[in-house]
Structures are given as C-alpha cells and as structure tokens.
Design a protein around this ligand. Structure first.
Ligand code: GCU
Length: 455
C-alpha cells in the first residue's frame, strides 16, 4: 500500500469511528439517527433510493387544520364535521381508493370451531367463516380467535391480518390450514399453496400465549382470503364481486388491495359486534408492513377501532411521502400496482402535488390512541418519516382535547414514547413484528383500555 493510500484508509477509519461515537452520543441525548454504514450498504444495493437525511428534499406539508378553501380549523366541531370528512375523501380519491361503505346486506357468519379449553386451558379458540355475500362459492374469510380464559369476558382484543395463513401463527393443530393463494417464497408454500410444513412457522411474530396471559384476546385473518396479493386486474377476492354490484366499472378512485384488506378488517369488526365474548368497544387493530398500512387505513375509516397500531408500515403507511427517503410513491406503485388506487400513480415522482400526506392519515384516527413503530435497520420504511408524521398529527389530537405525542425530538433507540394518545418507538433490529413490539402494544393498550386485569 502506498503512503497516500494508507493515509486515506487511516482517515476513513478515524471518520467512521468518530461518526459512530457521535451517533452514540446523539442517541444518548435521545435522538435516533440512521447508521451511516447501513445507508452506504443500502445505497450500493439500490443506487436510485435515497438513504441520507441530508438528501431529503425541502418540502411543505399540507396543513391538517386548514380546509381546502383556506379556512383555519380552530375547534373540534369544525374538525369533525368539515375537515375530517374532507381529508377522508382526499385519501379515498387520491391514495387508497373508495371501498363499499358499511356492512354488506347478506353477509353471514358461521362459527365452525369452538373449544373452551384450547392451548391447555389457557384460551377459548373460535374459528369463524365470514361469507361476505352470504352466497355459497362467494368470497369469504376465516377469523381465528383466541380469548383468555383467565379474564372475565368480554375480552379486549387485538385484531390483525397475517401474511401466511391463520395456521402459521401457532402450532395448534386445530387451526384450519389456509387453502388460499399464497405468495411464493414463504416456508412451507408449494405452488402458491400452504402445506402442513408451514404450521406455526410465524409464531415468533405472534406471541399468542404471552398475549393471552396478559389478558388480551387475539384475532387474525389471512389477508389473501380477502384479496390475494398479486396484480390480476382485480378479478379475484372481494373486488370482482363488489365491483360488479357497483356496475362493474373501475374508476380511477376504485379501491385497491389495501382498501380491500382494510374493508375486511371492518367486516371482522361487524362479527365482533355479534360475539358476546369479545369487547367490541376495546378492539385494537394492528398490522405489520403492508398490513400496517392497511391497519392505519382501516382505523382511519372505521371509528369502531378503539386503538390503531402500525408496525414498520413505511411508504403509504405512517411515513411522510414528501421526504422520498427509502421507498417512494413511484417505487411502490411500480412494484405493487394493485395496492393503491389508479389515481395514486399520478403522484409518482411528484409527491408535492399530493393534497395529503401521511400525517393526515394519523390525524384521521384522532382522538383515538395510535401507536407507530419503526425499526433501526428498516431504512426502506423511513423511521424518521414515520416519527415526523406522528409529530405533525399531534396538533389535531390537541385540538380535540387529548395529549398527542408529547415530544418534539425523535426518541433514541428502544426508548418508547408512550405518554399521550400517540405512541412511538424505534426498536433495534430489522423489519419485523417482534415480541418487543407486542410488549409495548400491550402496555399502550393497558394505559388506554384501563387495563384488562383490573376488571
Ligand atoms: C415491500 C414493500 C413495502 C412493504 C413490505 C411488506 O418491502 O416495498 O412497502 O411494507 O414489502 O409488506 O413486507
């Protein structure tokens, strides 16, 4: 190595060490920062993607408290009657599309499994088929429900969609094996179908016993039951059937897959309202990743969800689109053309033209509690953008008379903010739904549901 080369290596090392030390110092003060080494590695993998804070463009967010005709919203009534409906419409028109409103007329529920001594007596297990049209052969979904036997019913319950089928969340052999279409690449999936091999494979993301012992119920649905996650021109799942009811035409603001999945969660809520063992006034909806985007959209539209939780939802979820950090609107519409409505594609590369940004999605949940998480290594989902969306929704919470986020600075790693109605954490590790996340969701729910164990 020449002298000048070794000098460069030496200087690079010094810079890396001091950068690292500086990173630690900053996080000790309470502010998370993306690891520069990780940003560099990710940039090499996807050179077209921005992973650097200094390269985030200047942007101005639309104000959730100014109506589209320029009136400033200063009271809760104007928020509820004017601005909130207006924002909801903007998300329907430009982002997720319009879903059928309300409970389908002939929807039917069938409890096909009930075991009051499941999981060695810890839980009551129910499995319910929801037939959306009430017709044989029509679209349907299966809800798997575990309720804690040690808690007086009705039980406060978490509901979430899952990626691999209900049978993947726990090894319990009584869980019906999902028969629907599956995305390839998951353990135990052969030719787009689940096999017994996949039973219990995702248990790390669903600490069922822990949740039950804490006193909460858990309900889950395979998202592909509602709409298989591939672009088929909206011919399968619930789209075709309900689009037909509306004349068979798909306007540019017709619902995409996220709209359909969110709609399915509302249909699960319709069932909970009929089940005396579930406290439908204390249902927290949550989701991870694409299903975190879905949970936010479900909670924004359907005010029956008492708490809304987004885990690593990123672009089109909790992260501000205008930052163009990590995944962008253009990128997501290209990779997943079926997730959003057709109109959303107009904003590929022109995020500043959007009449909304994702802080307004969180604001739609106000004053109900919302919890947003990020993961340190998940720069694709833009942790800072997720935090900033929470921060920018805070004013709406305060207008409605509740404490929102309660901090202005992004917290440090593994230092959850759980003071007010907006909770947030950035956890160590990668893009995942972990036991750490669940622990904090339960703590947050204890705070807002007045604690299931005190009853
Ligand atoms: C992809 C996608 C994300 C999404 C994630 C997931 O990474 O780009 O937007 O959140 O998949 O759902 O796992």
């Amino acid at each position: 190595m020449t002298n000048s080369k070794s000098l460069i290596v030496f200087l690079t090392l010094i810079t890396a060490v001091s950068f690292h030390a500086k990173g630690l110092a900053v996080s000790a003060e309470g502010g998370w920062k993306a690891s520069p080494e990780l940003a560099e590695t990710l940039t090499k993998r996807r050179p077209e993607t921005n992973y650097y804070e200094q390269a985030v463009p200047k942007y101005t967010l639309p104000d959730p408290l100014v109506t589209s005709d320029g009136r400033i919203v200063t009271d809760a009534r104007t928020w509820r009657t004017r601005r909130r409906p207006e924002i909801l419409e903007l998300f329907r028109t430009h982002v997720y599309g319009r879903s059928p409103i309300g409970r389908p007329m002939n929807m039917a529920f069938k409890v096909f499994d009930l075991d009051r001594k499941a999981l060695a007596g810890l839980a009551t297990r129910k499995q319910v088929t929801v037939s959306f049209t009430g017709k044989i052969g029509g679209p349907k979904m299966d809800i798997l429900i575990y309720l804690p036997n040690a808690v007086k019913t009705p039980a406060a319950t978490f509901v979430l969609l899952n990626f691999g089928g209900n049978h993947t969340i726990h090894p319990d052999p009584a869980i019906k094996l999902s028969k629907g279409w599956m995305r390839p690449g998951r353990a135990g999936v052969v030719k787009n179908r689940a096999t017994e091999e996949s039973r219990g494979r995702s248990y790390l993301s669903y600490p069922v016993e822990k949740i039950l012992k804490h006193g909460y119920g858990l309900a889950t649905i395979y998202y592909g039951d509602i709409d298989p996650d591939f672009h088929d021109g909206f011919k399968n799942g619930v789209h075709r059937v309900f689009d037909e009811l509306f004349g068979g035409k798909r306007p540019p603001d017709a619902w995409g897959a996220i709209g359909a999945w969110a709609w399915g969660l509302s249909r699960a809520m319709d069932y909970f309202e009929t089940d005396g063992d579930i406290d439908h006034k204390r249902v927290a909806v949550l989701g991870h990743s694409r299903l975190g985007k879905t949970a936010l959209w479900a909670g924004a539209q359907d005010q029956r969800f008492a708490i809304v939780i987004s885990n690593n939802s990123g672009c089109g979820g909790a992260a501000l689109s205008r930052r163009r950090f990590g995944e962008t609107v253009g990128r997501i519409n290209k990779s997943f053309p079926h997730w959003f409505c057709e109109n959303f594609k107009k904003y590929n590369g022109r995020e500043d033209g959007l009449p909304v940004d994702q802080h307004m999605l969180i604001a739609l949940i106000a004053p109900r509690p919302v919890y947003v998480t990020s993961a340190d290594e998940d720069l694709w989902a833009d942790p800072r953008g997720e935090f900033l969306a929470c921060r920018r929704a805070d004013r709406v919470y305060r207008l409605l008379g509740v404490d929102g986020l309660g901090v202005v600075q992004m917290p440090g790693l593994d230092s959850p903010v759980q003071k007010g109605a907006i909770g947030y954490h950035v956890r160590s590790g990668s893009h995942a739904l972990s036991e750490y996340d669940w622990q904090h969701f339960m703590d947050f729910a204890d705070m807002h549901f007045t604690g299931p164990r005190q009853r």
